[in-house]
Design a binder for this molecule. Structure first.
Ligand code: NAD
Length: 281
């Protein structure tokens, strides 16, 4: 096989099932010639992740929770043993208590879940970058996945938005620290797509419809969109890009108001949403 990632070795963190963005990106990297180690976060996911890992001939498939130092140590030791050096690492991990991803941020955010969300969704990337940088070749690329809710207010995204803001900022600090070793650190801000993680966000379907109507392309981002862009950022094609937050959302982030081509659909949606809010009150 030949391709943009021929001979490259890396780590993919965050495949839960065949809907995961990490899976889409891993498939694109494999199609371009990469060899990857993959993890599953908890034991119950093993039966879903192993068959996928077989499809991309991943030589390393291990349980590795982001809050479990022993599992992290074991994964990186195995990667170093089998791969020696690595060329890329993807972090596609996010978690928060579903109960707090709805309603008012000011009322619904507990200290315990705030800390847990930050630990799993933000600190994990810093921790992985530190570990990965010890075994990375110059020119290596580390990538995380973020969302517009870290840059602007998005209803119901709540503490997850605060976590994404911290993740976005950590990309810049990590890019500076690791730039001296020639390592690039970036984020892709993906548009909404139906995955396990997304199912925790209240009114997610509505968010998707609104994005579809109001993005410049008049559609939602697809798995293919994010997979190709992820592979691009992890490969040498993006060799001059670091500290960057790349929006892969069909232009929605740059929309200042509404897409006039779909204003009727947007109006109908707002009307329906207002009705629902009235019923809740
Ligand atoms: P997903 O549910 O497929 O992936 C989330 C992953 O996080 C899962 O593999 C899960 O096992 C892992 N995870 C959660 N807690 C963990 C822990 N303690 N230790 C190890 N792993 C843990 O959903 P996804 O949408 O592909 O999410 C990947 C990333 O993309 C997340 O950071 C998410 O916030 C981000 N994102 C998602 C969307 C969307 O609309 N789906 C949009 C923009 C950004």
């Amino acid at each position: 096989m030949s391709g943009f990632m021929q001979g490259k070795k890396g780590i993919i963190i965050g495949i839960a099932n065949d809907m995961s963005m990490a899976w889409g990106i891993a498939q694109s990297c494999y199609a371009q010639g990469a060899t990857m180690a993959v993890n599953y976060g908890i034991e119950v996911l093993e039966k879903r992740v192993r068959p996928l890992a077989e499809q991309i001939k991943a030589p390393i498939v291990m349980q590795c929770g982001m809050q479990n130092d022993a599992e992290l140590d074991a994964l990186f030791a195995e990667v170093e043993k089998q791969f020696g050096k690595i060329d890329f690492m993807l972090h596609a991990v996010g978690f928060s208590d579903k109960k707090e991803l709805s309603g008012l941020y000011v009322e619904n955010t507990t200290r315990e879940n705030f800390k847990n969300t930050m630990d799993i969704s933000v600190y994990s990337f810093t921790d992985l970058c530190r570990r990965a940088s010890k075994i990375a070749n110059p020119g290596a690329s580390f990538l995380t996945l973020t969302y517009l809710g870290g840059e602007t207010y998005i209803p119901n995204y709540n503490v997850m938005g605060v976590a994404k803001a911290a993740l976005d900022c950590s990309v810049k600090y990590l890019a500076s620290d690791l730039g001296v070793k020639g390592i690039r650190v970036n984020a892709i801000s993906a548009g909404p797509i139906k995955t396990l993680a997304a199912s925790g966000i209240d009114d997610f379907k509505l968010m998707m419809k609104w994005n579809e109507y109001n993005s410049f392309l008049g559609r939602n981002m697809t798995m293919e969109d994010v997979s190709k862009s992820g592979m691009f950022m992890l490969s040498d094609l993006a060799s001059g890009i670091t500290g960057e937050l790349l929006h892969v959302d069909c232009g929605y982030h740059a929309q200042g108001m509404v897409n006039l081509n779909h204003i009727k659909e947007s109006g109908d949606m707002l009307h329906e949403y207002a009705g629902r809010l009235e019923n809740k009150a």
